[in-house]
Structures are given as structure tokens and as C-alpha cells.
Design a protein around this ligand. Structure first.
Ligand SMILES: [Zn+2]
Length: 265
């Protein structure tokens, strides 16, 4: 059976045994020229002179063996338009003190710096583990203002178990060690895919379009094609850091490419 209830920001199964919250951290205005075609030229449709607004989303899980797991922590004080996670969690009724495991998709600022609030407080006082790809550990260590969190790091590889029914999935191309997390509830499958899609309005229809901050555009392009192909085939819910609100939806085949159907309220 599929997800049957969706209200504002929480999906749950018919069994009520698990829940997934989509938690907005804010947004980022980025130059439209960052969207690149397969020749690495700016995409005309995105508008050369304009900007694109990217949602910034984190996700929390609840259920047997996954209580207290958070996927990405948002941008904290890195930029004035992000760092809303604390307020969004309060709105959702989630106490930051209940978060014990943070699973990072990668270490870019908009995913990592939310470990600290804009005024410098530790947002998750009971955090025990920060799950991170072994290939991303070095970039975490480069963030010296987060040095206090280094003892919590637990490095993982593709396929490793992170929590009950939650596994790491290597999604190479965007950043060193870029990793998704596959969550199988027995009713539904989710893939928390981090930064596979930045501009949902154009990249489902044109999965060859890449993002200027993808470290390795050919690898990122191949990952995007694979994720969309597999999600469309399996009916997997994809949850993306930069998908428009609510940040979770399904992929459908459309012509030779794909479409996106957001989870509906
Ligand atoms: Zn990002």
C-alpha cells in the first residue's frame, strides 16, 4: 500500500508505523547561469540574466529503528535566507533534542552548517552520530568552526546500513562522496537523494542539464539519469534537498524523459 496521508509536511504509512517529515530550511537565490547544458553552456530557458530560487529541505524520520534520524541539517547561519530548520521543527512538533543521528548527503554549506544556529548554538544537543561518506570526511574537517563535531563522525560506504531499513546509496558527481539514503518502510520506498536535482522545473524534462556546482558534470548527469530511471520504474518516492515544497514526490516517465509529481496535500 502507498502513502495515504499527507498533511502539510508529514507522510505516513497506513500502518502508522513510520513517518517522514519534510522540513524546510528556507531557500537560496542562485544565478540562472548555473544551470548548464550538456556542452556546459548556460541553459537559455533558465534565463541568462535572472536568478533561480532553490528550496532547501531537510528530512526527519520516525519509526522502529529510525527514530531521531535527520537527513541533512540545512544552512544554519551560512546565509540569511536559510537556517529556518529550528523554527520548522518547532512547527512540526519535533524537539531538536530528539535528534540523535544526522545523515549527511554531502558537506556543502547548505546541508552542513545547520549543526549550529545562526547565533552559534548547537541545534541538536543529543546528537550521537554524524553519518558521512568516507570520501567526504576530509571536506568536513576543512570546516574548522565545526571541529567540535568531529568525534561524532561515522564514515560509511555505498550499501552500508545506517539504521533500520535505511541504507547509504552512492550518488556520485555533485560533491566528494555525495550519498543518498534509501529507506524501505515495507510499504513504500524513499530515496533521500540530496543534490541530484537543483532545478525541478527543467531537470526532470532535461536530465542532461547539470548544475554549475556539480564537481563532475558527466558523473552527476549519469547519476541523475540512473536515479530517475530507477525511481520511475520502482515507484520510489524521491526526497530532494532542492525540490520545491514539499520536497517529496514521484518520478513519472514522460516522452523520452521524466516528469515530477509532488506529494499532494
Ligand atoms: Zn545543496
Amino acid at each position: 500500500m502507498i502513502v495515504t496521508s499527507y498533511s502539510r509536511n508529514v507522510l505516513s504509512g497506513t500502518s502508522r508505523a513510520w513517518r517522514v517529515w519534510s522540513l524546510s530550511d528556507g531557500y537560496l537565490e542562485m544565478p540562472a547561469s548555473l544551470l548548464r547544458d550538456s556542452q556546459d553552456s548556460p541553459v537559455q530557458q533558465a534565463g541568462r540574466a535572472g536568478t533561480l530560487r532553490l528550496s532547501v529541505n531537510c528530512f526527519a524520520l520516525a519509526g522502529p529503528g529510525v527514530d531521531g534520524v535527520l537527513i541533512d541539517s540545512g544552512g544554519g547561519g551560512w546565509h540569511p535566507t536559510v537556517g529556518r530548520l529550528e523554527q520548522t521543527m518547532a512547527d512540526a512538533g519535533i524537539d531538536p533534542a530528539s535528534i540523535t543521528v544526522l545523515a549527511l548527503t554531502h558537506t556543502h554549506q547548505d546541508h552542513l552548517h545547520g549543526l549550529l544556529t545562526a547565533d552559534g548554538r548547537v541545534l541538536f544537543p543529543n546528537l550521537q552520530t554524524i553519518v558521512i561518506s568516507e570520501a567526504a570526511v576530509e571536506s568536513f574537517f576543512a570546516e574548522t568552526h565545526l571541529a567540535r563535531f568531529r568525534p561524532l563522525l561515522k564514515s560509511i560506504r555505498d550499501g552500508d546500513r545506517v539504521a533500520e531499513r535505511l541504507r547509504a546509496v552512492a550518488l556520485p558527481g555533485h560533491a566528494p562522496g555525495h550519498t543518498g539514503y534509501a529507506f524501505d518502510t515495507n510499504e513504500d520506498r524513499f530515496l533521500f537523494m540530496g543534490d541530484v536535482i537543483h532545478v525541478p522545473a527543467l531537470q526532470f524534462e532535461n536530465p542532461e542539464f547539470s548544475w554549475g556546482y556539480d564537481d563532475d558534470q558527466p558523473a552527476a548527469r549519469a547519476t541523475r539519469q540512473r536515479v530517475l530511471h530507477e525511481a520511475a520504474g520502482a515507484g520510489t518516492w524521491i526526497a530532494g534537498a532542492h525540490l520545491g515544497w514539499p520536497g517529496i514526490g514521484r518520478v513519472v516517465r514522460r516522452g523520452g524523459a521524466y516528469g515530477y509529481e509532488p506529494a499532494a496535500g
